[in-house]
Design a protein around this ligand. Structure first.
Ligand code: ADP
Length: 377
């Protein structure tokens, strides 16, 4: 199979017309990235055109996909902002109107006016069970009677559609906003709805960050008590900017005992502290192994590290979750244990952690409200 390059792609895109000019000539193709046969770029249109440009996006995607050497083509439609700079990363088919430049949220009002608290769930690195913890916490908060949403911002491996057992794509009932998908009583929006699962997500930097803002502003979340954000793992620039972009009530850090020892969790902690986001606490995942046959307990990764570390760093220890095949099977199968086995030991542990998280979040919210200037009559 021949290699495809940017030149070849632009040549093909110059056959896609928008009015009497092609989209390359008009400067509508932006953020083009090609990696191992996977192509991604944005088609930028004026906000007034918005979703009407969908046929152009589709044609561009189809033509690039048909090229020899192209394994996947992901093309997002996005709006030019007022300053003329593009805001790539809009969900395809989503309403348009990018943020007003830069990484900050749009200045025209709150991003999600109906959402009371926003909690980021983060980890110093991937594979520690951040998404598994997020989905079970979301279900535990819902079981407490709260209205819960889950925003899957893990651009490197969006797993929420699978963990919540959601298939298909979100639609728009008002033609303005995307409606979040829903299962097990939790509203969910994910990069996974917008990008094919097998497409390696090579969105980086500004594209990913802009997509996050658009997943908040352009999605009809409605009234929520809490929105959990499953952050991309790690503590790099992308994560830092994301943490700055979202009006977070607080952050939860998920870690395995050995990562704590390796300082990964500390990096996460410092990242949020750097941007003045309160850390609600640390969850120790895969804390110990409970044998399904004999019930015996094995401390796989020097259990208890998180608690000690949390004490030392003066941050809350929210609780521990064991390494158990049932946790893996249920969440990977779309029926997380809190929902499918609500009375189980593990579901109870998640519920206790969720209660801790919620209490912490309410405390932070109250502190923030108290710190706000009061209106004196
Ligand atoms: P991350 O979001 O940190 O990359 P995931 O939540 O996707 O990690 O988890 C990685 C894998 O580990 C998944 O297959 C998940 O089912 C499994 N896993 C997570 N937590 C546990 C646990 N406590 N016990 C058993 N398996 C777990």
């Amino acid at each position: 199979m021949s290699q495809v390059n940017e030149e070849k792609i632009l040549e093909t895109l110059s056959t896609v017309m928008d009015g009497d000019q092609n989209i390359v000539e008009k400067g509508m193709v932006q953020g083009l990235q090609v990696q191992d046969g996977h192509v991604i770029f944005a088609v930028v249109v004026p906000p007034s055109v918005g979703a009407d440009a969908e046929p152009v996006r589709k044609e561009a995607e189809q033509k690039v996909h048909a090229l020899d050497g192209v394994l996947s083509a992901t093309v997002v439609l996005t709006a030019e902002n007022a300053g003329g700079a593009s805001a790539p990363g809009a969900p395809q088919g989503a309403p348009q109107g990018g943020p007003q430049g830069g990484p900050q949220p749009a200045a025209d009002g709150p991003l999600m006016p109906g959402v009371k608290t926003i909690i980021a769930v983060a980890s110093g690195k991937g594979g520690v069970g951040k998404s598994t913890t997020t989905v079970n916490l979301a279900l535990a908060l819902k079981a407490q009677g709260l209205k819960v949403g889950l925003l899957d911002a893990d651009i490197y491996g969006p797993s929420m559609p699978r963990m919540l057992g959601i298939t298909g794509e979100p639609s728009s009932s008002d033609g303005q906003h995307l409606d979040p998908m829903e299962n097990h009583g939790v509203k969910c929006m994910s990069m996974g709805f917008l990008v094919e699962e097998e497409t390696p997500i090579i969105w980086r930097g500004p594209m990913a960050q802009t997509a996050l803002v658009q997943m908040m502003r352009d999605v009809h979340w409605g009234e929520l008590d809490v929105l959990l954000i499953d952050m991309p793992p790690g503590t790099g620039d992308v994560q830092l900017t994301m943490a700055q972009q979202v009006p977070l009530t607080g952050a939860v850090i998920v870690s395995t005992p050995q990562d704590i020892a390796l300082l990964d969790a500390r990096k996460g902690l410092n990242m949020f502290r750097q941007v003045d986001v309160p850390v609600l606490g640390i969850v120790e995942n895969m804390s110990y192994f409970k044998c399904p046959h004999c019930g015996g307990r094995t401390e796989v990764f020097s259990h208890g590290g998180a608690k000690e570390e949390a004490d030392m760093l003066q941050v809350n220890f929210l609780g521990e979750i064991p390494l158990d095949i049932q946790i893996r099977e249920t969440s990977d199968g779309g029926h997380p244990i809190v929902d499918s086995q609500p009375g189980s030991e593990h579901a109870t542990a998640y519920k206790a952690i969720a209660e801790n998280v919620w209490n912490q979040a309410c405390e932070k919210l109250e502190a923030k409200t108290a710190a706000m200037p009061k209106i004196v009559q």
